[in-house]
Design a protein around this ligand. Structure first.
Ligand code: MEV
Length: 340
């Protein structure tokens, strides 16, 4: 059996970090994806050039054997996804897993969730378990919590359902959004875990002040929903700049991100801010003209034009016993949950 599944990357328009503390966030799926292909094999073998994970081999009884080329941070999402899935459905079948992605890794664009979600979906399917989308996103959420030490679940929700959503504490509502976006990539990776720890440190030190900042971000996000509904780019840009000021005070900006934000605003962007965990990674800007891309370049970044509101998790194809089925027909499926 051969299964191919994919999920999108994401851009958080408003509310990162505050969402971990119960405030709402607005997030959209972008037209960059991670593809996972699972095929029958004796052991679990993971192959990926794009994700800097080469030749991880997991053998029964000697799990998580890796060679020296492995990027351990990336690999830990894969290992944890397999562990969490096996806790849920029992031992999974041996599989050769090939991962391809056009999402820059550790860039704040949701590359981890876009990997974990189709990985769980396809490995479960390959072992005879057709999980619901909601089950998949919750298992993915557990993986992020384990690897990062905390997670709001926003990344795995958008990687699973796609579109543009208003998310809060595990619940979400779709919103129609036609906001044009340009992403600026600093070329430097960021660690979500490290950024979350820095915010937690500030929260412990000055709880009243940081809680106030989180509430402020929540208010900005709620106002942004109205501006998005009215397609009011001017208000939206202003709200983005306010959100950025508060993210700066949480300590998650960086020299490279500040430089891209300043140069894109000088080039005429209506608003600009960090997207994702920060401390590296990417910014987003609302462009009102092409010069914004030039601004991002002048600020030392790489502009990535993106489409937003893209599709979520998809089982793209299932090939069973030499017969190719489309995703609607599916293959021969058993649904034997461990819990019965
Ligand atoms: C990361 O994309 C967004 C954060 O708010 C973490 C989370 O919500 O899990 C920094």
């Amino acid at each position: 059996m051969k299964i191919r599944a994919s999920s999108p990357g994401k851009a958080i328009l408003f509310g990162e970090h505050a969402v971990v503390y119960g405030e709402p966030a607005i997030v959209t799926a972008i037209d960059r994806r991670t593809y996972v292909e699972v095929e029958d094999s004796k052991n679990i073998e993971i192959i990926s050039e794009d994700l800097e994970v080469k030749g991880i081999r997991i053998r029964p009884g000697k799990r998580f054997e890796t060679n020296e080329d492995v990027s351990f941070r990336r690999a830990s999402y894969i290992f944890t996804a397999i562990k969490v899935l096996e806790d849920e459905i029992g031992k999974i079948n041996g599989a050769r897993v090939e991962i391809k992605s056009d999402i820059p890794i550790a860039s704040g664009l949701g590359s981890s969730a876009a990997l974990v979600v189709p990985l769980i979906a396809s490995l479960a399917f390959h072992s005879g378990h057709e999980l619901s989308k909601d089950e998949i996103r919750k298992l993915g959420w557990r993986v992020e919590e384990e690897v990062q030490g905390a997670s709001s679940g926003v990344d795995t929700t958008i990687a699973t359902f796609g579109g543009t959503i208003l998310y809060r504490r595990g619940s979400y509502k779709e919103i129609r959004c036609k906001v044009p976006l340009v992403i600026g990539f600093s070329g430097k990776g960021s660690s979500t875990k490290r950024a979350l720890e820095e915010v937690r440190r500030r929260m412990r030190k000055n709880p009243e002040i940081i809680r106030g900042i989180m509430r402020g971000i929540g208010q900005i996000t709620r106002k942004a929903v109205i501006a998005i509904r009215q397609n009011n780019l001017e208000d939206l840009g202003e709200l983005m700049n306010l959100n950025q000021g508060l993210l700066y005070s949480l300590g998650v900006s960086s020299r490279e991100l500040d430089s891209m934000i300043r140069c894109s605003l000088e080039a005429g962007a209506m608003g600009a801010k960090i997207t994702g965990a920060g401390m590296g990674g990417c910014v987003i800007a609302i462009p009102n003209r092409n010069e914004v891309r030039v601004g991002i370049r002048l600020g030392g970044g790489i502009p990535i034009p993106v489409r937003t509101g893209e599709r979520g998790l998809e089982i793209e194809s299932v090939e069973d016993r030499g017969k190719r089925n489309n995703k609607e027909e599916g293959g021969e499926r058993r649904n034997k949950r461990r819990s019965g």
